[in-house]
Design a binder for this molecule. Structure first.
Ligand code: 5GP
Ligand code: MG
Ligand code: MG
Length: 183
């Protein structure tokens, strides 16, 4: 596959890089307002949230600490396995800390509801979620998502950190992957 033509595998572009940056700066303003006077640790969920973390964090004018977790729920396919494993834990002790989990996308919500339970058991002052994208099924989950960039239809999307089999993360936009690529 020629890296210069990865966008050719999309059937549409849902959000351009400009759309994403504008929305993230709106979310960052909401976060700054809500956490005024409080310390804040943002936790990016590797690897998909790398781009969201980078752009969200740089939209803040306040101080913010960043840490990372890696969990696995999907493997290389397009369907949730329901199995969550910690591949890399936090380096930070979150006891008494305000934690904001930063995600690329919530699909079934299985990964995040598990993660919220896991982090909440560590005695933080608070645990909230910020996700760039949310799919319809996630609306049925019990976990409260405080900050949502966009609600999207139920199709498999790639780009801006989101992969299919570790590819397409480096696309600047977010688009729908042509089903022919994965079927
Ligand atoms: P959930 O546990 O909410 O079903 O799945 C969360 C994870 O599944 C996301 O962090 C992401 O890695 C992956 N995922 C869910 N939907 C999509 C999608 O449309 N595109 C891509 N590339 N990954 C997805
Ligand atoms: Mg993710
Ligand atoms: Mg993935």
């Amino acid at each position: 596959m020629d890296a210069a033509h990865i966008a050719d595998d999309l059937i549409d572009v849902l959000f351009t890089e400009e759309d994403i940056h504008r929305r993230l700066s709106e979310l960052a303003a909401d976060v700054e307002r809500d956490y005024e006077g409080k310390d804040l640790l943002i936790v990016g969920v590797l690897r998909g949230a790398v781009m969201v973390m980078a752009d969200l964090a740089r939209s803040f004018s306040r101080h913010v600490e960043m840490d990372w977790m890696a969990v696995s729920s999907y493997g290389s396919g397009t369907k949730s396995s329901g199995v969550v494993r910690i591949l890399k834990d936090l380096d930070t002790d979150i006891t008494g800390r305000h934690v904001l989990i930063v995600e690329d996308i919530i699909d079934t919500g299985l990964t995040l509801s598990w993660l919220v339970r896991n982090l909440s058991s560590r005695g933080p002052a608070s645990v909230e979620i910020c996700t760039l994208l949310r799919k319809p099924d996630a609306l049925q989950m019990s976990v409260d998502v405080k900050y949502v960039g966009y609600d999207i239809p139920n199709a498999f999307v790639v780009g801006y950190g989101l992969d299919y089999a570790e590819r397409y993360r480096n696309l600047r936009c977010i688009g729908t992957l042509a089903p022919a690529v994965y079927s």
